[in-house]
Design a protein. Structure first.
Length: 125
């Protein structure tokens, strides 16, 4: 690995670790990540031979980061919880249809847990 690549990799690792270990609100952490990504782009501009390898990936991350506002995250979480509940219901119905009591009991536990996840998700978001 060349010196330039090592430097860039070190910067990227530092950015990632800094964001991950920082105990901040999600919005603050996302804003910091956006700043760090933009700073990273500025840093790699001096390395013409490798900057193009990173520019598209960083731009994509910035776009995805901006899409992570709380309303969208909440909607995604609710949708996922509903999907989990539906799948748990399907598993329970299939177990009931098969008529094996041990399987039905386990499927009922899955269904109960999925209902709790849905309830907690709706309360949290």
């Amino acid at each position: 690995m060349g010196k330039k690549t090592s430097l860039v990799a070190g910067i990227a690792l530092g950015v990632a670790l800094g964001v991950l270990i920082a105990p901040k609100k999600g919005s603050e952490t996302r804003a910091e990540l956006a700043r760090n990504l933009k700073s990273f782009l500025t840093t790699i501009e001096d390395f013409d031979d490798i900057s193009y390898d990173f520019e598209d990936k960083i731009a994509g991350m910035i776009n995805e980061l901006s899409a992570l506002d709380s309303e969208k995250v909440s909607a995604i979480a609710r949708k996922q919880a509903k999907n989990l509940k539906q799948k748990a219901d399907d598993i329970y119905e299939l177990a009931k249809e098969k008529g094996v009591s041990g399987i039905e009991k386990s499927a009922a536990e899955i269904q109960k847990s999925a209902n709790e996840v849905l309830k907690e998700t709706n309360e949290a978001v």
